[in-house]
Write a protein that binds this ligand. Structure first.
Ligand SMILES: *Cc1c(COP(=O)(O)O)cnc(C)c1O
Length: 463
C-alpha cells in the first residue's frame, strides 16, 4: 500500500507515520466489511479503492470540526450553537491576542500584573460595582463565589429558586460541590422575608438570590425582591450574592424587549456580589463575570480554585472589545450582533420571509410546500423564557410526514448546515437570525432534494 502513488504522495505531504496508521485502519475496515458480507460474493477491494479511502480519511481529519451553521432554529442564544455571535471588534481583538501579550504584566513597572485589569475598568463603569473578575462561565462564577464565601457554611435559598439551568447545572448540586450546605426556605411558589430571617443562624455564610432564568411561576406567588434580601443581609452582616444568569448591561426595553434586570440594577439594589454569563444577553464570549465589593472579589480571587477556572487571553480580549460597545446604549444594538438579532422587528423578518419563499419553493421543486407563517423566537439560554419574540418563519411541509426528518437532514447536509426546528409536521426556518439572504440562497443549489427525476427525497441512509 505504501508504494501506491497516491499513498506515497500523501505520506510525503502529511508524514509517513500518520499515513501508515490510516492505511492500516482502512485495510482493517475493508477486511471487516468483506467478512461481514460473506466475502466471496464481493470482489476484494482493489488497492486503488483502499488508497482512495485513505485520501478521503485524510481530508475528513484535516477539515475543521467546528463549522459555521445557519441558526434558523428561532433560538437566538442557542447553547448548542455557541450562543452569542461575536462582532468583528471581538474577532480582531482575539487575533491581536494570539501571540505574546501583556496579559499579566504591568508594562510601566515591569512587575507581575493581573489579567482582570484588562476588563475591570469597563465592568466597573457599566455595572457600578467596585471590582470584577472573570472565569470560564457563569456556572464557574457561582461555584467559585460559593466556595470562596460559604465553604462549610449554610446558604439559605428559596425553594422557588432551586433551578436547573440545563445540563448538569442544578443549584443544589452546585452548592454541594461548592462545599456549602443548602438550607431550603419558603415553598415552590411563595417565599417571604420571614423565611429567610428564620433560617439565619451562626453558621449562615450569606444570602443568595438566583434568577429563575428558564421558567416562570404565575398565579399565587410571592418572592422576596433583591432589595429586601439585601436589607435582611445587612441586618445580619452577611454578604448578599445575586446570580443573575443572563446579565444584561443595558435596558432591553429600549429594543422593544421585555425588561430583564441589569447588572447595574442588581448592584444598585444592594447585591454585594453579582454573577452573570458573558455569552447570554451580554452578547460576548463564553465566560462568567463576578462583580461586587472589592473585599469580597479579592477573597474570591484568592481562592486557589480561581486558577482552575480563570478565563484565557482570547476570552478576555474578546470581552474587552465588547464591553466598550455598551458606552452608548442607543447604538449598542447596531454594534452587537446578539442584540441586533433580538431587536429585529417582526415586519422586517416577515418581509424577508416573503422575499425568500418563492426561491425556496423553487429549490424544493415540489418536495415540500413552502409558506410564510408567524412564529415566536426564543431569546435562549434561559432568558425571557415565556414571552418569546414575534417573528416569521418559512414553513416547509413535505407531502408525506415521514419525509420530514429527511428534509431536515438535507438542510443539515448543506455546505453551511441550516438548522431549523420541527413543529406540527413542518420544518420551520425562523428567519430572525438570517442576517443576509445570500447565506441561505447561496447554497440552495447544493440541496439534495427535488433534483432527481422523480422529484422525491433521497432514500433514507441505512445504518
Ligand atoms: C445560565 C445560568 C447559569 C450558568 O451560566 P453558564 O454561563 O451557562 O455557565 C447559572 N445561573 C443562572 C441563573 C443562569 O441563568
Amino acid at each position: 500500500m505504501l508504494q501506491h502513488p497516491s499513498v506515497r504522495e500523501a505520506a510525503a505531504a502529511h508524514g509517513r507515520g500518520f499515513v501508515t496508521t490510516l492505511v492500516k485502519e482502512c485495510i482493517a475496515q475493508t477486511r471487516e466489511a468483506l467478512q461481514a458480507e460473506g466475502g466471496a460474493e464481493r470482489m476484494p477491494s482493489g488497492i486503488d479503492e483502499i488508497a482512495q479511502q485513505v485520501a478521503t480519511r485524510i481530508e475528513d481529519l484535516l477539515a475543521p470540526s467546528i463549522r459555521p451553521v445557519l441558526n434558523l432554529t428561532g433560538t437566538v442564544l442557542h447553547t448548542n450553537l455557541g450562543r452569542a455571535p461575536l462582532p468583528p471588534e471581538a474577532l480582531r481583538a482575539m487575533e491581536r491576542a494570539a501571540g505574546a501579550v501583556n496579559l499579566e504584566i504591568e508594562l510601566e513597572t515591569g512587575r507581575r500584573g493581573d489579567r482582570d485589569t484588562h476588563v475591570e475598568e469597563w465592568l466597573r463603569r457599566l455595572t457600578g460595582a467596585e471590582a470584577a473578575t472573570v472565569v470560564n462561565n457563569n456556572a464557574a462564577a457561582v461555584l467559585l463565589t460559593l466556595n470562596s464565601l460559604a465553604l462549610r457554611k449554610e446558604v439559605p435559598l428559596s425553594r422557588g429558586e432551586l433551578v436547573e439551568i440545563g445540563g448538569a447545572f442544578r443549584m443544589p448540586d452546585i452548592m454541594a460541590r461548592a462545599g456549602c450546605r443548602l438550607v431550603e426556605v419558603g415553598t415552590t411558589n411563595r417565599t417571604h422575608p420571614r423565611d429567610y430571617r428564620d433560617a439565619i443562624r451562626s453558621r449562615t455564610a450569606l444570602l443568595m438570590k438566583v434568577h429563575p432564568s428558564n421558567y416562570e411561576i404565575r398565579g399565587f406567588r410571592a418572592a422576596v425582591e433583591a432589595r429586601e434580601l439585601a436589607e435582611i443581609s445587612r441586618e445580619h452582616d452577611l454578604p448578599f450574592v445575586h446570580d443573575l444568569g443572563s446579565g444584561t448591561l443595558c435596558d432591553l426595553r429600549a429594543f422593544g424587549l421585555p425588561h430583564e434586570p441589569t447588572v447595574a440594577e442588581a448592584v444598585r439594589d444592594g447585591a454585594d456580589v453579582v454573577t452573570f454569563s458573558g455569552d447570554k444577553l451580554l452578547g460576548g464570549p463564553q465566560c462568567g463575570v463576578i462583580v461586587g465589593r472589592a473585599a469580597l472579589v479579592a477573597r474570591i480571587k484568592r481562592n486557589p480554585m480561581k486558577r482552575a477556572m480563570r478565563a484565557d487571553k482570547l476570552t478576555l480580549a474578546a470581552l474587552g472589545a465588547i464591553l466598550p460597545l455598551y458606552r452608548d446604549p442607543k447604538r449598542v444594538a447596531e454594534r452587537l450582533p446578539a442584540l441586533r438579532l433580538l431587536a429585529r422587528r417582526r415586519e422586517d423578518i416577515e418581509a424577508q420571509a416573503r422575499r425568500l419563499r418563492p426561491l425556496l419553493a423553487g429549490a424544493l421543486a415540489g418536495a415540500a410546500e413552502v409558506s410564510v407563517v408567524p412564529c415566536r423566537s426564543q431569546v435562549g439560554s434561559g432568558a425571557l423564557p415565556v414571552q418569546g419574540l414575534e417573528s416569521a418563519a418559512l414553513s416547509l411541509r413535505p407531502e408525506r410526514s415521514r419525509d420530514l426528518r429527511r428534509l431536515a437532514g438535507a438542510f443539515r447536509a448543506l455546505p453551511r448546515p441550516v438548522l431549523g426546528r420541527i413543529a406540527d409536521g413542518a420544518l420551520l426556518l425562523d428567519l430572525r437570525c438570517l442576517d443576509d439572504d445570500h447565506d441561505l440562497l447561496g447554497q440552495l443549489d447544493h440541496l439534495e432534494i427535488g433534483r432527481s427525476a422523480s422529484r422525491r427525497l433521497p432514500p433514507p441512509v441505512r445504518s
